[in-house]
Write a protein that binds this ligand. Structure first.
Ligand code: C5P
Length: 225
């Protein structure tokens, strides 16, 4: 049994995965993998290079993606793209490149290498199903599209950005549709994941449920074998 603990948190956009993962990583003192950021950086880099419609070039770029996570910043080569990748436009590019099987395969080992002692919290769409199928504890967060759009609008307004609720709801639905219905690594809960509907829960309540589940999984592993 590996001594590195891996906690996976999957789910669609706007369910509060980012908030939960940051708190879990801090609580347990684990590393954090924001796998969505990798797909976002790839989408952005592909657009800059004009290769969005070229799966071979995209796969090659994914294999050698010049991305670095440095002191809370995300760098594409030397460019700080931490804010740029958070736009809905880049999110759409990410979900577009994420449907390509060879691109996902190219990013697999890179993501798995984040599993370093003492542990990892991995945030994404296929963390529990594909990237870390042997994870210690798996969570899947969900919420209605309306609640998720509402949260996204509040987030954008807090950042001083304009946000149209109808437009955001439409974009969220389209992206989820693509993520859930793609052939490779579609967005779905692993069979052994705890599913939490966060629609009517506070971040605190979600965190408490998650910690209770993770602690229980760790204990049952220690007593297994
Ligand atoms: O989580 P985030 O919103 O940053 O993800 C952006 C997009 O990247 C998702 O809509 C999805 O298409 C893709 N993605 C993925 N697999 C992951 C993480 C993200 O396909 N593990």
């Amino acid at each position: 049994m590996s001594s590195v603990v891996v906690v996976t948190v999957d789910g669609p956009s706007g369910v509060g995965k980012g908030t939960l993962c940051a708190r879990l990583a801090e609580h347990y003192g684990y590393h954090f993998l924001d796998s969505g950021a990798l797909y976002r950086v790839l989408g952005l880099a592909a657009r800059q290079r004009g290769i969005l419609d070229n799966p071979v070039a995209l796969t090659d770029l994914a294999r050698h993606l010049p991305v670095r996570f440095v002191e809370g910043k995300i760098l594409l080569e030397t460019q700080d793209v931490s804010d740029t990748i958070r736009t809905e436009t880049v999110a759409a590019l990410a979900s577009q490149v994420a449907v390509i099987e060879t691109v996902r395969a190219a990013l697999l080992a890179f993501q798995q290498d984040f599993a370093q002692a003492p542990g990892l919290v991995a945030d994404g769409r296929d963390m529990g199903t594909v990237v870390f199928p042997q994870a210690t504890a798996k969570l899947f967060l969900d919420a209605s599209a309306e609640v998720r759009a509402d949260r996204r609008v509040k987030q954008l307004k807090n950042q001083g950005l304009d946000a149209n609720i109808d437009q955001i709801t439409k974009e969220i639905r389209e992206r989820d549709e693509r993520d859930r219905n793609r052939v490779v690594a579609p967005l779905k809960a692993a069979d052994d994941a705890l599913v939490i509907d966060t629609s009517d829960l506070s971040p605190e309540q979600v965190f408490n449920q998650a910690v209770a589940w993770i602690d229980r999984q760790q204990v049952s592993r220690e007593f297994a074998v």
